[in-house]
Design a binder for this molecule. Structure first.
Ligand code: SAH
Length: 350
């Protein structure tokens, strides 16, 4: 069965025309779903009973099944959802002073193999469809009875390894007649797939782009992130420059501080040198330790010195606040635990 959430308003119109229905019926359904938050065709009372019946036989409109939900003392909620095919995914809702931000999963597992990350413990089984991403937003809004105001595609998966579905997802939740989540409130985070960064520069949508950099030089980045062996930091820099030129948007560089690995003053200096001339700022991220990997969070003192060195070198820096420390904080941790319990064979050992 097709998933109704897979379609932008324009695509839904095409679907309805193919079904022999009028164009405005598609607009009505889009409105029921995204404006009135209705998740059953039977309640769409400006459609004929026949059409409601036809739609429920053609499309699935079910929200995701909540398998588990952990609520942190700081208000963060971590959801474990079950997809139609039994796949498990996580979404995390964070409450900020500026709004409610949802971290969305883009793939079932991930193949990027970053050494510090819990998501990569389970290899990619498949891409999520646009609708499965939309459904994370809708299910959380339904469960909390509040609007999600910001979305970050930073959950499990590499969004630029699922480019078309992620773009469609962005267009669906950004649509002014739908959830209307503003482009400036949408962020995509990538480990640095450069041809897609360049493609994204032409997408014509003013979202935010974050790059998971995490290292000041190729030697360290090669150790931490296998993708760097395909696209070196020089090439990544070129792609970022291109993106900034084309879009006039500032890029966020994510940098997890790992004790003794990338958190020394010399690294801050190399990082500053790398960033000079790029319209970008560094977001320092506290590491959420993943037992299987053995990396540790940097000491507060080292974090301070690292940050001050960047500031001294006139690099803009922000520091990410930790959310949900008490609830399996790291991306993919809850899922890895659950899938690990039920299917140890799936666990990647390296
Ligand atoms: N594949 C994309 C998006 C998913 S990862 C990317 O690489 O950006 C989202 C962010 O969380 C990345 O910056 C990633 O490096 C970071 N991350 C992964 N594991 C983490 C951990 N254990 N602690 C803190 N940040 C982590």
């Amino acid at each position: 069965m097709k998933l109704i959430y897979d379609y932008t308003q324009e695509q839904l119109i095409d679907e309805f025309l193919a079904l022999g229905e009028k164009k405005f019926r598609a607009t009505q359904v889009f409105e029921w779903i995204y404006r009135k938050h209705v998740n059953q065709f039977s309640s769409m009372n400006n459609l004929s009973l026949d059409l409601r019946e036809k739609l429920s036989q053609t499309y699935s409109i079910d929200l995701l099944k909540i398998k588990e939900k952990q609520v942190s003392q700081d208000g963060t909620i971590k959801y474990l959802f079950e997809l139609k095919d039994g796949g498990l995914i996580e979404s995390v809702l964070m409450i900020h002073d500026y709004g409610r931000s949802l971290c969305v999963t883009s793939q079932l597992g991930c193949n990027m193999g970053c050494r510090f990350c819990a998501s990569g413990l389970l290899k990619k089984q498949r891409n999520l469809t646009s609708g499965e991403m939309v459904n994370q937003v809708l299910t959380v809004m339904h469960d909390t009875n509040e609007k999600v105001t910001h979305v970050v595609v930073m959950g499990t998966g590499e969004p630029f390894d699922n480019y078309d579905h992620v773009m469609n997802f962005i267009h669906i939740i950004n649509h002014p007649k739908g959830l209307a989540i503003g482009a400036r409130h949408l962020t995509i985070s990538t480990c640095g797939i450069i041809d897609k960064i360049e493609m994204y520069a032409h997408e014509g949508i003013q979202t935010n782009l974050a790059i998971s950099l995490h290292a000041p030089n190729d030697e360290i980045r090669n150790q931490l992130m296998p993708i760097n062996k395909v696209y070196s930091m020089d090439r990544l820099r070129e792609a970022m420059k291109y993106y900034i030129e084309k879009t006039n948007r500032r890029i966020t560089l994510e940098y997890i501080l790992l004790k003794g690995v990338n958190d020394q003053l010399i690294h801050a200096r190399q990082l500053a040198h790398y960033i000079k001339g790029l319209n970008a700022y560094v977001n320092l991220i506290p590491y959420n330790a993943v037992n299987e990997h053995g990396y540790q969070q940097s000491s507060l003192k080292d974090v301070e010195s690292f940050k001050n060195e960047l500031l001294r070198l006139k690099i803009n820096v922000t520091q990410r606040k930790e959310h949900g420390r008490d609830i399996d904080g790291a991306c993919g941790q809850l899922r890895a635990k659950k899938v690990g319990e039920s299917d140890n064979a799936n666990y990647r050992k390296n």
